[in-house]
Structure formats: C-alpha cells, structure tokens
Design a protein around this ligand. Structure first.
Ligand code: GLY
Length: 357
C-alpha cells in the first residue's frame, strides 16, 4: 500500500495508507518518547481500544477521552485534556496519539501543539473524512461561536497512519460525509478521482475495498502534494478550501449541530459550482457535473429555516476573508479550480439561494 511524503519547513513525514497499519503503531513512536497519550472518543475506543493497547504493547500509554462533537471542539475541552495529561505524568518527552475522526485529530493536534509549548503528535485518523483530509497537513484547532477553527495552530504530525480497514465499522452518515471531501479532491485536482466517484457510485457506497483504497490513496497523494508546496496556506493550499467558505458559514449558522462537516462542504461545493457558473469561471456543464455528483451521495440533511442572507453575511467573518474581501475557490473544469475575490455580493447571494433551492 502506498506511502506519501509530506515535506514542510517544520517537518518531513509520511502519510501511510495500509490495511492493518493500526497494529504497527508502536513503530511510529520514537524510542526516546515518554508516555503516549491517546486522545480518542469512547465509541472509537470500544471498537479498537484492545487492538491499540496490544499494538502499543510495552510502550507506556494513557487514554484520554474526549466527548466528541463539533460543538464541544472548544478551548475549555483542550484545557481539561491538558490538565488531565499533567495530572497523569505528562511532560516534555510525552507524545499525543490522536486516534479518531476529524474533531479528534484537530483537538489532539492542538493539544500537542500547546502542551508544554509543543510535543509531537502521531495522527491515526479513523473516519474517511479524517483519513483523506483532517488528519494530514498539520492544521489543528477549536471553534469559537463566531466561526469555525478560529483558534488553532499549524503542528505537523510525526506521521499519519491510515488504516482503511477501520472504515468497515464507520456509521453510514459519517462515511458519506467523508465522501464529499473525496469528491472535493476530484474537483480541485483529479479528473480520474472524480470519474471514480461519479461513475461507480455503487462500489463507492458499498465500501468496496478497491474503490475505498483508490479514493483514499488519490486523496492523500493530492493532500500531501498541496501541503508540501504550501504548508501555511499562502497560495496553493487555499484550493483545499473548495466548498468550505459557504460550508463553514452553514455550520456556524446552525451552531455546529445540524450538519456534519462533510455535509456542509457538500452544500458549499454546490454553492461554489453555481457561483462558478454565474461568474463565468466555469460552464454550465461543469456546474451540473458537480451538482450531479453531490446528489449521487445525498440526500443532505434538510436545509429548511436557513436564510441565504445570513450565510452570505457570515462569509465576512471566515478565516479566508482577507482585508474584508471574501475569497472563493471556484471550479474552472473538473480537476482545476481558481481563487476569485471581489465578487459582487448579489451574485454570491444568488449562488447560495440556488444551492439552498
Ligand atoms: N482542510 C483543508 C486544509 O487542510 O488545508
């Protein structure tokens, strides 16, 4: 199974996609490391705790539970986890093992980046979304009521261990939410991946191992390549935010309770497709191909009661807004996107309304 090198100024590490790699986790904890603090959720630990315990074997490790949920991805939870770590012997030689979905990889990574001014983190993502996106690339963070991930750090992991086998126990809704991040990678950089998603929905939905392994490997290849070129999102990395500008607004508008991140991104990709068409960046066929591909993996949770104007207003508070200008990642054709700013607000509103319809 493939391994992809992520090369940043801060660190050079591997993202390894391999069935069964969970059982070899100890090999990725340096000999000199002290206690490994596994940050996880009760449901993940119930399914895989024994395997991880066995994999870590004689390496000293402690388990820290996080309740999970986007609404609990907050600073006070990080303080609680850090206090628990300190009480259980955490020190500079300790390491965090973030073992769970995207919320756990974000919170675990953030905890590692600030505990005693920074200790290493090993990322072991267990949801499709975290395996193809959140667990790779060093973005960590927590939410403010004002917006998603507004507090955070860049903290590159020691390695990312991706075991597609664990997806067999993933809840259907979580799996589908991850598919939308895979689709994102297809739209921004891989017509081949898009063809797989649009052309073989039965295999994708059924989690056929060949389809799953291809989706993950191609997504991780793209993510590793983009992060290596632009760790701090000064330029190229912004393309990974396709669908996220409006997606984050939707999550914040609904207090992080109605949509999984991937579902909100799916809605955001539809809005970006409409905006691409309205702004003349892509043709109607490209816009429709994106809408159709999203619909293949729907339906999304109902959008009733959500006002397009409220979402448009929230865009100004997003991290991607620079000097008051909202930056949008818009499709040019399948496999290529362009960053566009300074778009007319009426056009943006029209695109959001079209996506809500
Ligand atoms: N999830 C977008 C990024 O890692 O840049």
């Amino acid at each position: 199974m493939p391994s992809f090198l992520v090369e940043t100024v801060a660190r050079r590490y591997e993202a390894i996609v391999e069935r069964g790699i969970l059982d070899r986790a100890a090999a990725y904890i340096p000999e000199r490391a002290g206690t490994a603090f596994v940050v996880t959720t009760a449901d993940v630990w119930r399914l895989y705790g024994e395997r991880v315990d066995r994999a870590l074997g004689a390496r000293k490790h402690e388990v820290l539970f996080f309740a999970g949920g986007e609404e609990r991805k907050r600073l006070d939870e990080v303080e609680r986890l850090a206090a628990e770590m300190a009480a259980r012997g955490g020190e500079r030689s300790s390491m965090v093992v973030a073992f769970g979905g995207g919320i756990v990889t974000d919170v675990g990574g953030f905890l590692a980046s600030v505990f005693m001014r920074g200790i290493p983190v090993l990322q072991i993502p267990t949801t499709l979304l975290a395996q193809v996106d959140a667990g790779i690339g060093g973005k960590t963070g927590v939410n403010l009521r004002e917006g998603k991930n507004l507090i955070g750090t860049f903290h590159q992991p020691a390695a990312v261990l991706i075991d597609p086998g664990v997806l067999s126990t993933l809840a259907a809704r979580e799996y589908t939410a991850g598919l939308f991040e895979v689709l994102k990678h297809g739209v921004i950089r891989s017509p081949e991946l898009f063809r797989l998603m649009a052309g073989q929905p039965e295999a994708v939905r059924a989690r056929a191992p060949e389809a799953v392994d291809r989706m993950i490997a191609e997504s991780v290849r793209i993510k590793a390549e983009v992060v290596s070129a632009d760790e701090r999102e000064g330029d190229l990395r912004r393309i990974l935010n396709f669908g996220h500008t409006v997606g984050h607004a939707l999550e914040a508008e609904t207090d992080y309770t109605r949509f999984l991140h991937g579902e909100a991104v799916a809605f955001g990709m539809c809005a970006a497709a409409h905006l691409g068409r309205l702004a003349g960046v892509c043709n109607a066929a490209t816009c429709q191909a994106i809408l159709d591909a999203v619909a293949l993996y729907g339906p999304l949770p109902p959008l009733d009661g959500i006002a397009a104007g409220n979402l448009a207003a929230r865009l100004r508070g997003d991290k991607k807004t620079v000097h008051g200008k909202v930056h949008f990642v818009l499709p040019v054709e399948i496999g290529a996107v362009r960053i566009v700013s300074g778009l007319d607000e009426t056009m943006v509103l029209e695109a959001i309304q079209a996506a809500l319809a």
